[in-house]
Design a protein around this ligand. Sequence first.
Ligand code: F6R
Length: 672
Amino acid sequence: MCGIVGYAGARPALGIVLDGLRRLEYRGYDSAGVAVINSGLLSCKRSGKLTNLDKALAELSANGGDGGLVTGTTGIGHTRWATHGPPTDRNAHPHQSTNGRIAVIHNGIIENFATLRAELEAAGVEFASDTDTECVAHMLAAELTALEEGSPHQAPAPAGVPASGTVPNKGPLLGVSFEEGSPVQAEHVSRVPSSKPGEVLAEAMRRVCRRLEGAFTLLVVDKEAPGVVVGARRDSPLVVGRGEDGNYLASDVSAFIAHTREAVELGQDQVVTITADAVEITDFRGEPAAGRDFHVDWDATAAEKGGYDYFMLKEIAEQPRAVADTLRGRLSDTGQIMLDEVRVSEQDLRDVDKIFIVACGTAYHAGLVAKYAIEHWTRIPCEVELASEFRYRDPVLDRTTMVVAISQSGETMDTLMALRHAKEQHARVLAICNTNGSTIPRESDAVLYTHAGPEIAVASTKAFLTQLIACYLVGLHLAQVRGIMYADEVATIVSQLQEMPGKVDSVLDVMEPVRQLGRELAGSPSVLFIGRHVGYPVALEGALKLKELAYMHAEGFAAGELKHGPIALIDNGTPVVCVVPSPVGRSVLHDKIVSNLQEVRARGARTIVIAEEGDEAVAAYADHLVRVPRTPTLLAPLVTTVPLQVLACEIASARGHDVDQPRNLAKSVTVE
Ligand code: F6R
């Protein structure tokens, strides 16, 4: 939800920032903008995708120059997912102070913005946008003025707007803005007892942050502090990249991975100042603070399309590798399942008597599958909850409750808030996450990382499969710690899991008929998905993929529920995708779904049947039969989901949609 990138160094910033934005565009693509410091503050922003900004910048260059935008070595950039104000040019970031001195970009929501805006307006500030972010720009300008005038106290928000001698700059929002005069003289800066570049700006940022409520990542550049970018974060992601020729700030490491793999995870409520050769971190009070250094274990090629038309296609194809990587090294020499970080005792794990899984969207569907495996293996009751609902219904939690938070990004606000609620009630929290350096694992008692690599397409695919693997491992770990499963039983299931990359691969090999079917179904008004047992969450996931990518009506149902209402939706030719459980071992389940298939066919449905190799009983009821390899029932979602991903992707592209960036969505949802 909004991508943010900043650079301070020796090289021209614009190219670095734009390249970073390209890698972050999956986070939001309503508008994009940049600001560069180069003998003044230069900014350009446009509504729509990043290509619109690229075009605007190219026109500027063609029309005789950009005023130094291309050569400045300090810059920030933003790609937006709109919250406050529609996705127009004027609401695009960066936002500038009225005096044109500073430019700010922001991810998150400033919840007290109405109060702050009213204060600023009462003091005569005229707003140039509808955003909450613009308040921060004006407040920072006020704090800078107060600091430079020697005020020891935090200035009230509206104070000091703008300093005399400034060039009023009410229209810096479109095109490049060239600032002629410097509104704050050098001697003002020298009144602040500091020799460090950016220290005044950092102090202004701390003062402002103390007044803000809500979630935010902020980056600011100041034309009076060339060579400096100051950032701040609360409940919203921001990582530092330590480079040899400069330092970086970004919403996630993919923005700077082409330049450095050495990163620093910032803590909550921290302010960071980067220059070409230094990174300084404090808390919001100004006390020195430290981040957590980490090395990124994938490189820039992982965040490229690699010859595929869409990231989603690449990520679907990467699933065998992602599954294998998530499994690698999980079984110790003594047969124990290994998590990545465990800050909770084995006794606490043994004491767990109730499990809640909290997650959103696709990750929630992974949780629904996990419930079957965890309850079966551990015999601990396990509930799965939408993270956005969890804390509002006052769930019964205590020390013996384990809450499993599943999140690809590690930043989903709904999941983070559910996690925090659980911790307040003294529950133990275990995170399943794909993003090192993100908030959810940092705030959890134990972590299992999925090694899916960067997932860029907005629709989750490889993250889902690796979340399933992680859930199975968590279930096995709990069963083992509690002495419910012996090492050899665990090892048997682990070896079944280790066969899954090959099985997923074999599904991918036979997807051409599914793609063909996708093209045929592109004109259907609606597609229904049905399943039983672990096939039910797979049906939900298939429907979600189709909704978000193809903008079609799609719904997933427990097959047994059809006759209680939804069967009325079926008309002549309505496509119904049916996820059939294995006939081996659970034949009752299988028989029931065969009946469901007959019921929908009797009402005219066109059936698309996902069934195991060798399951001949379903063939007679399938208009289209998609075969998956024989797999233990609990693990079947690892193969049955894949054709549904391919189907949704193909239908969406046949309908002419941008598969990687579906409308109205963003990859990382950092607002509630
Ligand atoms: C759907 C999708 C979303 C995410 C959800 C949670 O394809 O990607 O439904 O699964 O927003 O995101 P994370 O896993 O980052 O918490």
